[in-house]
Design a binder for this molecule. Sequence first.
Ligand code: GTP
Ligand code: MN
Ligand code: MN
Length: 629
Amino acid sequence: YASARDCVRILQCPTHKLSAISLLPNNKLRQFVEDSVELCQPENVHICDGSDAENAMLITRLLETGSIVPLPKYKNCYLATSSPSDVARVESKTFICTADRREAVNVPKAGVKGQLGNWMSPEDADAAIAERFPGCMKGRTMYVIPFSMGPLDSPYSKIGVQLTDSAYVVCSMRIMTRIGNQVLEKLGSSSSEGYFVKALHSVGWPAEGHPAQRSQWPCDPERTIILHKPEINEIVSYGSGYGGNSLLGKKCFALRIGSSIARREGWLAEHMLILGITDPKGTKRYVAAAFPSACGKTNMAMMRPTLPGYKVECVGDDIVWMRFDQKGQLRAINPEFGFFGVAPGTSRTTNPVAMDTVFENTIFTNVARTSDGGVYWEGMEDPEPGVTITDWLGEPWTPGSTKPAAHPNSRFCTPASQCPMIDPHWESPEGVPIDAILFGGRRPKGVPLVYEAFDWKHAVFIGAAMKSEATAAAEHKGKEIMHDPFAMRPFFGYNFGHYLQHWLSMETAVPNVKLPKVFHVNWFRKDDQGKYMWPGYGENCRVLEWILLRIDNEPGTAVPTPIGNVPTREKFDLEGIQVDFDGLFDVPVDFWKNEIEEIAKFLYDQVDEDLPEEIKEQIDNLLKRLNSQ
Ligand code: GTP
Ligand code: MN
Ligand code: MN
């Protein structure tokens, strides 16, 4: 064939079907598809071009099978409801597979259970694949989705190819990543060197002897498994159709495989939002922030600041790929193309920008439905009188019902370009310059609204010491406060001890490195009555304002405490809101003595021999500062 473009056209000719695989523009890709076809035995292979026509065809197919229902109240929006046993990421069934266990996960002290990822040997992984995949797509279609994480013209971007038997996954991947012909062309061109991450996915139905619970949402929850092979850049996911387990560009590639590639190549792949903030004088800065799942990234990325004269713009709401450039400036891209955001709690008052984004071209999953063709979830404005609600399980629902209308982890999947405050540089190939990094979590007690790290090593320690109340984003029960270092606990692609070393090494990543300032924030502190002490959302811009003062080295803005610098009352704007400043910024010494003891035990137990000396010193230093109080 003459060029990549020619062969793409041939491939998508429906009469070619399987024979067209031989025309794929890249030997490795051809081999990958051929091998997977042999394994999964689909009846058809559809190579996705990413076009509107293709999407319309897939949506029609999903409507016919009842996998989605239309939402006529909005333009081009659909609702999918999953099997009740396939509603979130399954951390216990997610594995990093390497020859040497210590490469993949932290090796805890003897007798301690590892909390920062699961390892499986490549042999066991292959056995797990052999138990599940042979013939798993019989009678159905295998879709080939060429996708790019990051803008196609960015040197930071990486290509993946996902094979899947779910049209819902194709339609969602088309929203979340850049897919189709343009990616195939890049794969066929010399600039990409034919490099791509292999991602094989099957919902695992119909599997003989493993009937699905709900035919509209095929899955195989008992045998669900999500495997990552960072040494050969491969992802294999079986049994789940839910986003984090099935949209393999996101957590599997952009974070797990991504963090492992990033370590090899000297950059960072993180669970962070990116926003731009312009102050009243017109100076614009970019900030990245790592909060655990369901702890406020999407909300902050779309913040509407309450302080006059400030403007926030959104670059990304979940994942960042960033590196120091040759001038020493940290630069970041959002590798994604859409938002896969938590629906409950999103409303005109909490996140009006999300509400202005999600009612066009959106696939909702596991929210409730209204009788006038719309959606409903907890926290959303009440529907008009006379309108009735059907919950995510298909049962009638009223405000008096004991069960929630929408699943707590229900989501919207919506194009980022529709966000009215999307940053003009969000697709810039060279990324945006990052001047501050925030860590944060849900901490009802003891942790101030914001504090600043003393230096880079202290910053890495603060990231390592992150904890947060469990949420519905994974299978955990209750509100237990869990360790979630760097908000990456479920997403590390390699040994957390090595990860700490990698973060520490950024101090000398390039000559003249300009390290960003690092902060810890907590919107979720509660008073003795159990009420949030801070209004949050748009008011969080007050914290950003103080952070900008710190970046500009404004004098008189901070006082040291044992855990870090906190704002002075004079330089922290509280005009127009009633809050307890002293309570919000209190650093209770007894609480922190317990806290550091517990954090030290966690880090020594979990990371053991791989715990960097610098982190041990940070633990000792904090203890000394607390003891001298
Ligand atoms: P993932 O997409 O799972 O990684 O989560 P996320 O970090 O994007 O979380 P998201 O922004 O969707 O927020 C989850 C929940 O936190 C929602 O119920 C929000 O209403 C709530 N939330 C977000 N910001 C604030 C805040 O400033 N204050 C309070 N009290 N709640 C907040
Ligand atoms: Mn996330
Ligand atoms: Mn989010």
